[in-house]
Design a protein around this ligand. Structure first.
Ligand code: CDP
Ligand code: CDP
Length: 221
């Protein structure tokens, strides 16, 4: 377990992983990577460019040109962006185009928090602390419905639930880097938890992992 202290936070849409990841980043003073934002940006920019989202090579060419300064667009937080992201994320060339930037982040000497679907399985399988955050589809749809409404997107709940179910199937069913817990990830079901409750549970899991990691660093030195 040598190497930087990296925390991976994976899980399905609207499980609360982003909230947990950003609070953990603050708690441990670590930089955070929202890897979903990379896929959202590619999905939206490819749609704007008129590309066929099923054409993995064309979308990958665009993904190779993605720059950090492209990432601040509020449209990336919309419902359509989530859908476009999961469509482009099935293509191996697109995933490869976004891999280096994620690996560089995972290897920062000071450690990091990585949020996504495959951070603990593919991007940083050696991470000392891994969480897999879930909640029931109904709870996640309710949370996403409220979140979208707060952003000015008033979509019927049933449609948000259908989006969530479709995205779970696509993200979990794809051949390359499917959404699933790493064998050594700790599962955290937030269905019945408030944001503070979920964060407390996450912090306890990370504290235990950090103690193990600290001991392994001492043994190695
Ligand atoms: O990153 P992910 O899509 O998994 O979810 P998120 O953006 O962290 O959370 C989705 C929404 O649910 C946000 O508006 C959170 O404030 C809310 N949330 C909640 O109500 N209760 C929780 N335990 C966690 C998140
Ligand atoms: O916030 P939410 O969970 O809805 O989505 P996100 O984390 O922003 O991810 C958007 C989409 O990008 C997901 O549905 C996945 O298809 C894809 N994604 C991925 O394939 N791998 C990642 N590491 C992160 C996101």
């Amino acid at each position: 377990m040598r190497g930087p202290f990296v925390i991976t936070v994976d899980g399905p849409a609207a499980s609360g992983k982003g909230t947990i990841a950003s609070r953990l980043a603050r708690e441990y003073d670590l930089p955070m990577l929202d890897s979903g934002l990379l896929y959202r940006a590619v999905g939206v920019l490819a749609t704007r460019a008129g590309l066929d989202l099923d054409d993995g090579e064309a979308v990958a060419r665009l993904a190779r040109g993605l720059k950090a300064e492209h990432l601040g667009d509020p449209e990336f937080r919309t419902r359509g962006a989530g859908e476009a992201a999961s469509r482009v994320a099935v293509h191996t060339p697109v995933r490869l185009a976004l891999r280096d930037v994620q690996l560089a982040f995972a290897r920062r000497p000071g450690g990091a928090v990585l949020d996504g679907r495959d951070q603990g399985t593919v991007i940083c399988p050696e991470a000392p602390a891994k969480l897999y955050v879930t909640a029931s589809p109904e709870v996640r749809a309710e949370r996403r419905w409220k979140q979208l409404k707060g952003q000015g997107e008033d979509v019927p709940y049933a449609e948000v639930l259908a989006d969530i179910v479709r995205r779970d199937e696509r993200d979990g069913g794809r051949a390359d880097s499917p959404m699933r817990p790493a064998p050594d990830a700790v599962l955290l079901d937030t269905s019945e938890l408030s944001i503070d409750g979920a964060f407390d549970a996450a912090r306890r899991i990370v504290e235990a992992a950090r103690a193990r990691w600290g001991r392994s660093q001492e043994d190695a030195s």
